[in-house]
Design a protein around this ligand. Sequence first.
Ligand code: HEC
Length: 217
Amino acid sequence: MRYFFLAYAIVAVLVVGILGFRGQHFSKPPIQVFPDMDNQDKLKAQAPSSFFADRQGARQPVTGTQPLGFNESGKKELGGIPEYEFGGQTGYYYTGHVGDYYGTGMPDELGVNTTETASELIKRGKERFAIYCGVCHGESGNGAGITSRYGVPGIANLHEDRFKSPAYPDGRMFEVISVGKGMMSGYKANIPVRDRWAIISYVRTLQAAKEAATAAK
Ligand code: HEC
């Protein structure tokens, strides 16, 4: 028992000696076993900074830049590039719904009324589909993208009849892209509303192309 108290006292002295008393302040930086990202060159709100000549940490925006979502002219454009909307409004364009039902067809807001504007939208959709959907659904939409080889199960083959119009309205696809379904997560935070419609127009093109190719055989 004597040895136990002795060992206990030694351990206690060691712990306090190394870690210090609770609340004690040190002038030297602490020993960091895993520094993680504790020390970085960054600006802190309201704090001074030795980096700038005027020693102010809080900076004015760089001349010529515009905060995201701020547009003085009222036009949905930022520096000549269409401003992106991610939803939050009501109506078919933003929800895919018409009343209690899924709507179908391309909404007027897209401004697609000529062959040229339509092919532009599809082209945009092709690019976005390759970026956001192809990894799982495959470049052709057959559900055999790269992730299926690494174990993502049950990826939908978009060429199945149940995903074609009119059985599967455009508004329903809009909702799936936005909020996801089952194993697929939603992309409403990543893909702007207009691009979601562009992707749908491209998926419809893929489906029609496959049908035409099958019919020609
Ligand atoms: C991470 C992999 C992954 C990505 C990326 C992905 N999907 Fe999916 N998708 C799935 C899976 C898995 C399912 C099957 C979901 C289920 O039924 O559980 C699915 C289902 C679907 C369906 C059918 C949903 C239904 O009603 O049964 C559609 C349509 C679809 N995806 C379109 C898209 C589009 C368009 C994109 C690109 C914006 C996309 N997916 C991106 C994995 C993905």
